[in-house]
Write a protein that binds this ligand. Structure first.
Ligand code: CTP
Length: 485
């Protein structure tokens, strides 16, 4: 079978290796995606060579992209450089497992087939020749092409061997199955279940990279179900595993919060590629197990799960090695606020409640509304429709209030510094009380969002607290005196 990659990068590479009298093949993800004709194919081109991968990478770089930087990973015998949109990586064919992240250096040279059989899956072990006499020819000793056609993820060797070479491959199997919409071969799947515990020897960084790829799939729920079924989920993400299950008391059952969270994740994934909003969807009910209560009169409740859930986010992010920055804060905010629009929609929607929601959500209000809509997973179409219509009303009201009052990124017109200066006081409790009073009065529509009205209220509140407007320089004078002493 001949597959001639049309991009002339390969023709150039072929000329280079021929001139160097070296044998080389394109292998791995690029070949897989090329054959699958994927919409967004792999931009990494992996080249396996019989001989020294680093030397040939340097020579290829100087011919293709003179002056470009070549990154060398001597321990793994690999080197790569960037050319056009592509990262081209060279590796010497090896007898040992192909694991970039293993600490043990790979030294022993092997044949092409040695190299192919130590790769993760048959579909990733396909190699296309760059050699002059066989240019474009496919080498496929493990029927990878057949597996591509049948949409099967299968290891080239006995799966226990392939997975023990690098346990991350268990997660990769699931990720590829979901990403490509493939099925995992039975023997391979059974081996994941029996080796699941070995995932614990890996760094969290590697695990989270795969989890993120699963989350970014079109239908991520499938990945989480496979992770759960194989026993990987309880190793890597126990909080999510504990959402699973339904308890029934006196004939009353609550919903399975694991399946519900996955449904919400799928729903949001149809609307957005924002990975953090997807994370928020996955985690929005994470505190339900911890807040679950049964009452004979009212049935099941999960009171305060949004706040406890919000509190759990930093710890989950820290442990999973997700970023502890604004992204974490965003997910936390989404989890904390996820009930607000729906609660609002069930009451009479007052201007002041809408203003508060806008104030609390700020620029993330549209994301919050998406999350809230995704959270409606009722199987009863009429109920679903009713909830969505109510949320639509909230959306209208949000727009109306935003146009009228612009509170989305609202900053009260009188701030803490002004309060301190006006009353000649030091930062402390009083400043907070006055600030909150001004904010609440504006959000509740008691005073307009204007400077004069806010200043007036500041003076009134100050008076109630026994403060008198003083010399604006007083505090500075006091501080200066303190410094002198
Ligand atoms: N590989 C492997 N075992 C691993 C990682 C990688 O055998 N744990 C091999 C596979 O042949 C894979 C190739 O190295 O195709 C390149 O790895 P990588 O870039 O991580 O994966 P891709 O298949 O290119 O897919 P993606 O870019 O989507 O991760």
């Amino acid at each position: 079978m001949h597959i001639c990659p049309d991009d002339n990068i390969f023709i150039k590479l072929s000329e280079i290796i021929t001139a160097e009298n070296i044998k080389a093949w394109v292998i791995g993800g690029y070949v897989r995606d090329y054959i699958l004709k994927r919409d967004n194919p792999d931009k990494d081109i992996d080249i396996v060579v019989l001989g020294n991968g680093i030397d040939i990478a340097r020579k290829a770089a100087s011919r293709l992209a003179p002056g470009t930087n070549v990154s060398v990973f001597r321990n793994f015998g690999t080197a790569m450089f960037r050319y056009k949109d592509y990262d081209i990586e060279f590796v010497g064919a090896r007898k040992e497992s192909y694991d970039r992240n293993s600490r043990k250096p790979v030294v022993e040279n092997g044949t092409l087939e040695d190299d192919q059989k130590r790769r993760d899956f048959t579909i990733n072990a396909l190699a296309i020749s760059l050699n002059k006499e066989t240019y474009g020819e496919l080498t496929d000793p493990f029927n990878g092409l057949d597996d591509l056609r049948k949409k099967i993820i299968r290891t080239p060797l006995d799966p226990d061997t392939t997975f023990s070479d690098d346990p991350l491959r268990m997660m990769r199997a699931i990720r590829f199955a979901v990403q490509l919409d493939f099925r995992i071969d039975d023997e391979t799947l059974a081996s994941i279940s029996s080796n699941a515990e070995r995932i614990n020897i890996l760094s969290r960084e590697r695990i989270i990279a795969e989890l993120n790829k699963i989350i970014m799939c079109r239908k991520p729920s499938r990945g989480f179900i496979l992770l759960e079924e194989t026993g990987l989920l309880k190793m890597v993400f126990p909080e999510l595993e504990s959402l699973k299950g339904v308890e029934t008391i006196e004939g009353k059952a609550h919903k399975d919060n694991f399946l519900h969270s996955l449904k919400v994740l799928d729903n949001i994934s149809r609307k957005t590629d924002n990975i953090w909003l997807r994370w928020a969807a996955l985690l929005h009910d994470i505190a339900k197990p911890a807040t679950r209560k049964y009452d004979q009169e009212t049935g099941w409740s999960f009171h305060g799960h949004e706040f406890l859930g919000g509190k759990m986010i930093p710890e989950i992010f820290r442990r999973l090695k997700l970023p502890m920055n604004d992204r974490m804060k965003y997910v936390r905010k989404m989890v904390e606020l996820h009930l607000r629009p729906i609660v609002l929609s069930q009451e009479i929607v007052t201007d002041s409640a809408v203003r508060r929601l806008l104030f609390d959500a700020g620029d993330d209000i549209d994301d919050l509304m998406l999350l809230c809509e995704a959270d409606i997973t009722s199987k009863n179409e009429a109920t679903k429709k009713r909830h969505l219509e109510k949320l639509q009303l909230v959306r209208h009201k949000l727009k109306e209030i935003e146009e009228k009052d612009a509170v989305r990124n609202f900053k009260p017109p009188v701030d803490g510094t002004e309060i301190i200066r006006t009353f000649g006081i030091k930062p402390g409790k009083e400043v907070g009380i006055i600030k909150n009073a001004i904010r609440d009065a504006i959000l509740d529509g008691i005073i307009p969002n204007e400077y004069e009205a806010a200043r007036q209220l500041m003076l009134e509140k100050g008076k109630e607290l026994g403060l008198v407007p003083g010399d604006p320089n007083a505090v500075q004078d006091q501080e200066a005196q303190a410094d002198d002493r």
